[in-house]
Ligand binder design. Structure first.
Ligand SMILES: Nc1ncnc2c1ncn2[C@@H]1O[C@H](COP(=O)(O)OP(=O)(O)OP(=O)(O)O)[C@@H](O)[C@H]1O
Ligand SMILES: [Mg+2]
Length: 382
């Protein structure tokens, strides 16, 4: 079915004439979204998200997952952009806080901090509601530091941008002219807070596509747009933790991800986009359930091994409880983490190493680094 989802504006960018697209405000109109056409995908996505919510509530301490899930999403979301940092690099950096942080690790850490900042602002009564302003605050954190400096962190763009291609004239997509962006974002805010009866998962998908069409920032639109989904899923009460990480699914089907977004503008195919989005949600949620279940089983098994170990210490037990949110440690990070002396920390690490929980990874005699390998392997899918 063809429908018009916006209008084109002829504008000048870099000396050439281009057709910039101005998306019509949500919801899809003329005709409205055909929810029957996406009903199966919706049911599967909703079921999978409900199972993920349950998996999240089954663990004694959600920090267990949260650490891994948020960082996994951060790593993958940043990898779509081309950042090379791995989950291990990030965990190791967090344990050792080496003085100079590589740019790619900084980008992933910024992503984690940006998501935390957004969630804090929303949770705090004196913070900010779900809004363009909130996304700007989030963008400021995401883009801080070396690589993002000239990308106007925290600010809506004031120039024409384009996607794909070396210049606006050969771009695969030219988003709206800068003067239209504040208005388009305000419309998006208004719709998010409207009483639109569409199911929340569908709305989250529409919001993501609309955000990508507006492309309000000079850079980081993909990451902020995916974070928007995470925040909306929480805002609309489907999950109480940011456990849904879409980047795995989007990354796996990147060409389709882009084609589906293009088809919304080219043919007004909101149904095709929505179905694709819901399939990604289902896949991400199922993956999340599997990872959560495996992590839970692993930590329970290892904890039992440590608590029943005849030579165990209080610090060793405390350490295994902290490992899920700190899967790479050093003697000094354990000293800080548990507030114990260096010999006590060393002993605790030794017990965990002998039990096969921790493994030394630096190969050095000094400044040794210990990783909870099995845990990291589950998260990275290897
Ligand atoms: N044809 C398209 N139409 C609309 N949006 C698109 C299209 N192709 C890509 N995008 C979106 O633009 C994002 C890239 O924009 P940008 O570089 O500003 O974001 P990023 O966060 O730095 O990058 P990335 O998402 O690649 O990590 C993609 O992730 C995708 O969400
Ligand atoms: Mg980019």
């Amino acid at each position: 079915m063809a429908r018009q989802t916006g209008t084109f504006r002829i504008t000048k960018a870099h000396g050439e004439e281009v057709r910039a697209f101005l998306p019509a405000p949500l919801p899809p109109a003329g005709p409205p979204l055909d929810t029957d056409a996406v009903a199966d995908a919706l049911r599967q996505a909703e079921d999978a998200v409900a199972r993920l919510a349950m998996a999240g509530s089954m663990v004694p301490d959600t920090e267990w997952f949260l650490y891994g899930f948020v960082r996994k999403e951060a790593v993958l979301s940043s990898q779509i952009e081309g950042t090379q940092a791995t989950l291990r690099d990030v965990a190791q950096f967090e344990a050792t806080s080496e003085a100079d942080r590589p740019d790619d690790v900084e980008e992933v850490c910024n992503y984690v901090e940006a998501l935390n900042r957004a969630r804090d602002l929303i949770a705090n009564p004196t913070g900010l509601p779900m809004s363009a302003r909130l996304l700007c605050e989030t963008h400021k954190v995401l883009m801080k530091g070396v690589r993002g400096a000239e990308k106007m962190p925290g600010a809506i763009r004031r120039s024409q941008n384009w996607i794909g291609g070396s210049r606006p004239g050969n771009a695969s997509y030219v988003p709206p002219p800068p003067e239209e962006v504040p208005g388009a974002m305000a419309e998006l805010d208004r719709w998010i807070h409207s009483e639109d009866p569409l199911p929340p998962l569908i709305k989250a998908g529409l919001a993501h596509a609309q955000f990508e069409s507006i492309h309000p920032f000079l850079d980081g639109n993909g990451r902020i747009g995916r974070m928007l989904v995470t925040l909306l899923v929480e805002h609309w009460g489907l999950l109480t933790q940011p456990l849904l990480y879409l980047s795995v699914a989007f990354k796996r089907r990147r060409p389709q991800y882009y084609t589906r977004l293009d088809a919304v503008r080219a043919n007004g195919d909101w149904e095709g986009w929505t179905r694709f989005f819901l399939e990604c949600v289902a896949e991400a949620a199922e993956d999340g359930v599997r990872v959560a279940t495996e992590l839970h089983a692993l930590v329970a098994r290892d904890r039992r091994a440590i608590t029943t170990n005849p030579g165990t210490t209080v610090a060793a037990i405390q350490l295994i409880d902290r490992l899920p949110s700190q899967p790479i440690v050093t003697v000094s990070s354990v000293v800080d983490l548990l507030g114990v002396t260096a010999p006590t920390a060393r002993k605790a690490i030794e017990i965990l190493e002998q039990a096969g929980v921790l493994r030394e990874t630096s190969g050095k005699q000094r400044d040794r680094v210990y990783a909870y390998e099995a845990y990291l392997s589950i998260l990275t899918g290897r």
